[in-house]
Design a protein around this ligand. Structure first.
Ligand code: NAI
Length: 270
């Protein structure tokens, strides 16, 4: 594996809750590749999570921020620039939460206050982070922003509930802001559409384990792990991917382009 592909780069990594979090793996890999970064999460998650351990492992500072709160986001950029000694080269948006999912409310009976909260936390937070950075000029030229998405943005996945709309919106923000930030400062913005992954957010979805096995049986390469997702995020942060922007890239072992697999067919043999 190439070494130091993020040497000299300064980043902000959101969403590392515990060792299973995709963001946790991204932080470990970015550290291995020579990056400096700050870690952030919602203040409430800090108390429940193990982010201090990750900060120690990667020599990073933690700056609490609720990604829906503009004051917190401004403070996050100001402090990160101060701590890291310059503007930011990469940002990982690894944030998702739906109160409707948490409370097991069926899609056909959504609570609309919760619905708004799902969109705000899981999608509009990306717009807020980008718009703050844009106004503050907090990102360097050719910086790279990566958000994590899921294929329910394009197809019906009954169990994914209102997170499907949140991901569709997230991917739209990637395209729309990608245009503006690309024109203004050559900043790249992409989303990575990841396989089902056993994390707190993932396993919080009803029927997750069954679906994890289904996706595994459909994907020629099997489900993509959190570690391989982290490798890909690091590649997108690096200078090796300077001309990729406004894309939603499937990182799913081939699942999204597979109609049916022989393993799945076996189960329906008559
Ligand atoms: P996770 O539960 O470890 O991470 C979600 C993070 O969002 C947590 O750290 C949580 O504290 C943070 N968060 C929630 N509300 C917040 C707020 N208001 N402000 C700041 N942070 C907040 O789970 P995972 O799976 O690592 O999730 C990361 C991203 O990957 C999410 O966007 C998720 O939707 C996406 N994803 C996950 C998949 C899976 O199967 N686990 C599949 C595809 C995408």
């Amino acid at each position: 594996m190439a070494q130091d592909i993020l040497k000299g780069k300064r980043g902000i990594i959101t969403g590392a809750l515990d060792e299973n979090s995709i963001a946790w793996k991204v932080a470990e890999k970015a550290h291995q590749q020579g990056a400096m970064f700050t870690l952030t999460n919602a203040p409430i998650a800090m108390r429940m999570g193990q982010i201090n351990k990750l900060a120690e492992l990667t020599g990073s500072q933690i700056i609490p921020a609720d990604a829906t709160n503009m004051d917190d986001i401004k403070n996050l950029y100001e402090k990160s620039i101060d701590v890291l000694g310059g503007k930011i080269d990469f940002v990982l948006h690894s944030i998702g939460m739906s109160p409707n999912v948490r409370k097991n409310i069926p899609y056909t009976e959504l609570n609309y206050d919760f619905y708004n909260k799902s969109l705000d936390v899981s999608a509009i937070s990306l717009h807020k982070m980008l718009s703050s950075a844009y106004k503050m000029d907090a990102l360097n030229e050719e910086a790279s922003v990566v958000a994590l998405s899921y294929i329910a943005a394009q197809r019906a996945y009954p169990f994914y509930n209102d997170m499907a709309e949140a991901k569709a919106m997230l991917e739209s923000i990637v395209r729309s802001f990608g245009y503006h930030y690309g024109k203004a400062k050559k900043v790249r913005i992409n989303s990575v559409s990841q396989s089902p992954t056993k994390t707190t957010a993932g396993t919080g979805i009803k029927g997750f384990d069954d679906f994890f096995n289904f996706a595994e049986s459909l994907s020629p390469l099997g489900n993509a792990s959190a570690e391989s997702c982290a490798d890909f995020c690091v590649a997108l942060f690096s200078d090796m991917c300077k001309m990729i922007t406004m894309q939603n890239i499937f990182h799913d072992g081939g699942y999204s382009n597979t109609g049916v697999s022989m393993e799945a067919m076996e189960k329906f043999k008559s």
